[in-house]
Design a protein around this ligand. Structure first.
Ligand SMILES: Nc1ncnc2c1ncn2[C@@H]1O[C@H](COP(=O)(O)OP(=O)(O)OP(=O)(O)O)[C@@H](O)[C@H]1O
Ligand SMILES: [Mg+2]
Length: 394
């Protein structure tokens, strides 16, 4: 039976459709690592459009001469209550590099010696050993109050690994959900830190991706004119599937879902070509009849929770003020800065804070001098909830 996954499947290749143009563009630029040219990437796009799927697909299909590591910043968030620190992010990167190395342990003997050497050097200075962290079974130093040393060690490690292995020509590191870096104490300094190391590393490419709006401050912070990378990152906006792509995708991968013409138009209008919605919508559509707009409407209303599942978790984590702004935008469709202040009664600073948070999360965007909700499905889900349950979800 065919299946359209609503969470990322382990076997990416099996369910992955197309994106050839993006893969080619990114791979062409990654291949330059072998020529000592390290491109840096920033991949943006709507929630559920397939950023994680694309980056995982790309790194899982790299040749052996390139090492790859995937780091999901949201994992750090999930594990703790408060905000993560710069140290925790660096440690997570280190942990994931370690995982990569363990998979290739045989050929990385030299790396191990080298790492051991550099750790030993560090140890002579001001490090203590701690038992619970290790890299290739080498116990790692106690790094709590040695941020400078830790950052140097982690940031130099990928290049060091390439330099010590003649069979390894490059290192690719994906930082997913990078927008969460905004919550560390000094995100700007953190991006500058990464930038300063990448400048001297000719064989390490970073791919940053996450669901921030294109107009988000965090995008500016990393790659804007005055941002750390100052526009030098290759910025790629991953687009939803076009109508044609959506049609072909469903023909090829769905379990015989069919539409009449108006039905398909309606389906595309609802999902906007976003794979997360296409997959979850197709999963609840009947496969023994031709779907008409009426069938779609019914199914959508009865199953918004399932189709809008990507918002459940996001909504649950928003503050009351953020929810308030979203509800206002549902009612009024679009609001200017001043209108938002008048409608909420919040101070300038408060509006500014929550607008920025929502923008960085890809929930609202700034268009024609007004703020609007980025995703209609969020609106559909919330309105439907209100209708069925008499109030917006908690
Ligand atoms: N090219 C594709 N072919 C088939 N399915 C896809 C494709 N891209 C994404 N999907 C599916 O769509 C869903 C959402 O994809 P993914 O998690 O990669 O989106 P995202 O852009 O990373 O979302 P978020 O912003 O929430 O992190 C997943 O279930 C994934 O399997
Ligand atoms: Mg993702």
């Amino acid at each position: 039976m065919k299946y359209m996954p609503t969470v990322l499947p382990k076997d990416i290749d099996k369910y992955f459709y197309d994106r050839k143009k993006y893969i080619k563009q990114i791979n062409t630029n990654l291949e330059m690592l072998e020529l000592d040219i390290a491109n840096q990437f920033l991949i943006t796009g709507y929630r559920g459009v397939g950023k994680t799927a694309l980056t995982k697909k790309i790194i899982s299909n790299q040749p052996d001469k390139f090492l790859t590591t995937y780091v999901d910043i949201s994992k750090i968030f999930a594990k703790k209550k408060g905000k993560p620190t710069e140290e925790e992010i660096l440690k997570e990167i280190l942990k994931k590099i370690n995982k990569t190395l363990l998979k290739r342990e045989n050929i990385l003997k030299r790396t191990k010696d080298n790492i051991l050497n550099s750790i030993n050097k560090l140890k002579l200075k001001d490090y203590k050993f701690e038992n619970n962290d290790s890299l290739l079974d080498i116990p790692l130093p106690d790094i709590e109050d040695n941020y400078d040393k830790l950052s140097e060690f982690v940031m130099e490690l990928p290049q060091q690994i390439v330099d010590s292995n003649k069979n390894i020509k490059g290192y690719i590191i994906v930082i997913d959900e990078f927008q969460l870096i905004q919550y560390v104490e000094n995100p700007e300094a953190f991006f500058w830190l990464i930038r300063s190391y990448t400048q001297e590393q000719y064989n390490v490419s970073y791919i940053f991706t996450g669901s921030a709006s294109k107009t988000a401050e965090i995008i500016n912070m990393i790659n804007g004119q005055t941002g750390a990378f100052g526009g030098r990152m290759m910025q790629i906006d991953l687009k939803p599937f076009t109508k044609e792509e959506t049609k072909t995708y469903i023909e090829k991968y769905s379990n015989n879902i069919r539409f009449n013409e108006e039905g398909f138009e309606q389906f595309y209008k609802c999902t906007r070509g976003i794979p997360a919605y296409i997959n979850s919508f197709c999963n609840i559509l009947p496969n023994n009849e031709i779907c008409t707009p009426e069938i779609l409407k019914n199914k959508l209303l009865l199953n918004t929770d399932q189709i809008a599942v990507i918002w459940l978790d996001v909504w649950g984590k928003l503050s009351e003020n953020e929810k308030e702004i979203i509800k206002l935008l549902i009612d009024k469709k679009q609001l200017s800065w001043t209108e938002l202040m008048n409608e909420t009664g919040y101070s300038k600073a408060t509006v500014s804070k929550y607008i920025s948070l929502l923008n960085n999360k890809g929930i609202i965007e700034f268009s024609n001098k007004k703020y609007v909700l980025t995703d209609k499905m969020l609106k559909t889900w919330l309105k439907n909830k209100e209708k069925m349950e008499g109030q917006y979800p908690e």
